[in-house]
Design a protein around this ligand. Structure first.
Ligand code: FAD
Ligand code: UDP
Length: 385
């Protein structure tokens, strides 16, 4: 292909959405580069050759959204199964439903409370935080579910996941989890939910399947020995950059902190290890946060009945060499980010997007929604430069 009209750095959902819009809506020629050997960023999955089970290589990915535009858009590239995500958690050797709902509450207190009775008990157990809207995760957690439930199900899990005192974490992290005074134990509240029928990779490849889109894998934007590197391209071509924003500027203003996860994978000689896709481990004595059993994401598939895969998930701070997964977002990070943002705005013909480019905890539907907005509001201008 000759010189493209647009270079996209990163073939994750943000980059692929922009590539699709540029090619299909604007007729632009697009080159997408990615330093990994595969398309799709963290949503990528592959079929395990031994068992035939689809494994989410970078951790479990569940698609859910209430945004009708995003739902209609993703359905242009894949259909979705009717999978509904449910999570269980083990505390002191007993399994409870998550997120906290009336089932969890009654099981924990060995009771048969009505919704009103449970609400009254929680309000009492929230003590001084009842009815308040605290800003840190610890106090917010107690205000939502009272101290005993918080200490059983949230405090240590969060400690393992974030390795930070919950008092130093923002309340927004815990607001992701609903608390329900019904027996509804769906993990997400969203209108639409499901898993791509033919797997994530088929979906992601469909997004890039257009004569105007060329994907080049194993190409790093900062490797000057490779085509389409920053030094050659900067100011010469319109670029959408979806890699880490601090890396782009050579960490000149400091490193933004991330957490990463280590997945310890094992194939077992049983057709079912835990009876569900995700089992959290709430206690401090268990070093991992959860076990994923991917076969349960697709009960409709005819997977072999004598083998299963499990993945234990361990969480830790990331170094520059690790996969950056979750932005830590401390007060220091936020002020560093503001400075990087100013620099990013001044970059010639370059837009920053996605989870890494904006240092934001974005679910897939949010990354796609943000990319569609960028396409609506900024793409035409960028392509004219
Ligand atoms: P990414 O998918 O990270 O893509 C960025 C791409 O850019 C990567 O492929 C990277 O290799 C490439 N890149 C970076 N630097 C360079 C460079 N210098 N040169 C070339 N290429 C480069 N969302 C949900 O909706 N549901 C879930 O259940 C869910 N679970 C998750 C679990 C985990 C463990 C993680 C980490 C994320 C999860 N997400 C989930 C979020 C989801 O992965 C993101 O929303 C989505 O990946 C965002 O896409 P993106 O394009 O912004 O970033
Ligand atoms: N969380 C918890 N116990 C659980 C599940 C979640 O304490 O059993 C907390 C934890 O702090 C986590 C947050 O709730 O970071 C949000 O949970 P979610 O499942 O959305 O996080 P993810 O696994 O997507 O990072």
């Amino acid at each position: 292909m000759s010189t493209p009209d647009l270079l996209i750095v990163g073939s994750g959902l943000f980059g692929l959405t922009l590539a699709d819009r540029a090619a299909r809506e604007h007729g632009a020629k697009v080159t997408v580069i990615d330093n990994r050997p595969h398309i799709g960023g963290n949503a990528y999955s592959e079929i395990d050759p031994e068992t035939g089970i689809e494994v989410h290589k970078y951790g479990a990915h569940l698609f859910h959204t209430s945004n009708t535009r995003v739902w209609e858009y993703v359905n242009e590239f894949t259909s979705f199964t009717n999978y509904v995500h449910r999570v269980y958690t083990t505390h002191k050797g007993i399994v409870y439903p998550m997120p906290i709902n009336l089932g969890t509450i009654n099981q924990f207190f060995n009771a048969a409370m009505t919704p009103d009775e449970a609400r009254a008990l929680i309000a009492e157990q929230a003590g001084e935080f009842a009815g308040q809207d605290p800003e840190n995760l610890n106090d917010k957690g107690i205000s939502l579910i009272g101290r005993p439930l918080y200490e059983a199900f949230i405090k240590h899990y969060t400690g393992k996941q974030w390795q930070t005192d919950p008092k130093d974490l923002p309340a927004s992290i815990i607001k992701r989890l609903p608390v329900r005074y019904t027996y509804d134990n769906r993990y997400f509240n969203d209108t639409y939910e499901g898993l791509p029928t033919n797997g994530y990779t088929a979906w992601l490849e469909n997004m890039a399947d257009h004569p105007n889109i060329e994907v080049k894998l194993g190409v790093d934007y900062f490797d000057e020995s490779q085509p389409f590197n920053k030094k050659d391209v900067r100011g010469q071509l319109p670029v959408v950059y979806t890699g880490p924003v601090d890396r782009y500027f050579d960490y000149e203003l400091g490193d933004l902190k991330w957490r990463t996860i280590d997945l310890e994978s094992e194939t077992l000689e049983t057709g079912d290890f835990q009876g569900t896709s995700v089992m959290n481990y709430a206690d401090e004595s268990v070093p991992f946060t959860r076990i994923i059993e991917p076969r349960h994401f697709h009960p409709e598939r005819d997977y072999a009945k004598d083998k299963t895969i499990i993945m234990r998930e361990y969480s830790r701070f990331a170094s520059r060499e690790d996969e950056p997964y979750y932005p830590v977002n401390s007060a220091d990070d936020r002020s560093t980010l503001l400075e990087y943002r100013e620099r990013a705005e001044a970059e010639p013909s370059t837009l920053f997007g996605g989870r890494l480019g904006t240092y934001q905890y974005l679910d897939m539907h949010m990354a796609i929604g943000a990319a569609l907005s960028m396409a609506d509001n900024k793409l035409e201008d960028l392509l004219r430069r």
